[in-house]
Design a protein around this ligand. Sequence first.
Ligand code: AMP
Length: 214
Amino acid sequence: MKIIMLGAPGAGKGTQAKQIADKYSIPHISTGDIFRANLKAGTELGKKAKEYMDQGLLVPDELTCDLVMDRISQDDCKNGFVLDGFPRTIPQAEALDAALTKIGQKMDYAVDVDVPDENIINRMSGRRACLNCGATYHIVSIPTKVEGVCDRCGSPVVLRDDDQPETVKKRLEVYHAQTQPLIDYYKKQNILKSVDGTQPMEEVFRAIVEILGA
Ligand code: AMP
């Protein structure tokens, strides 16, 4: 099963993508995570990506597309994968379609986790991330057991640079201008499914499982 998660930054698509990956035993591929891992490892790609990420802008397609095409051609993606944060532009979606068509495949579902902007801004200001292992929390809905300390690895959890309020506003603008058109793109392909992302996380997941099948 090949799934795309769509939704504004902070809609909760990452959390849902991880659960989908677990339930259906397919890899979770997050371009944001890949860029952050590169940044942490000090690679050239990481340094380049950071320039854009810190400003709430998208990393250019030419740095993003090959990375994903490489990843989905790996062996563990044979039975499918869940894409989280990719595609984010029409050219990225077209590149993905072209790569899959070449091997006689296509995406099965694009799941849009729908959350209005007002909710997003509230949510993002409470988001916390571990800079060491990447685990994400929320001060109200998913708090760490010990305040400010990652449950998984014990490192400090912080408000990421790209979750700062000004950057969030910019990211939402970028989302509406560049990513939202993908909703129509996948509607036309008849693979778009929408879920109400304002519900509690468990309800959102239940709605997604209903779409994908048990
Ligand atoms: P995320 O964790 O998915 O919210 O991604 C964090 C940041 O990484 C985004 O704000 C972008 O700067 C960059 N990024 C992640 N995925 C993509 C993508 N598919 N295309 C361009 N930039 C991306």
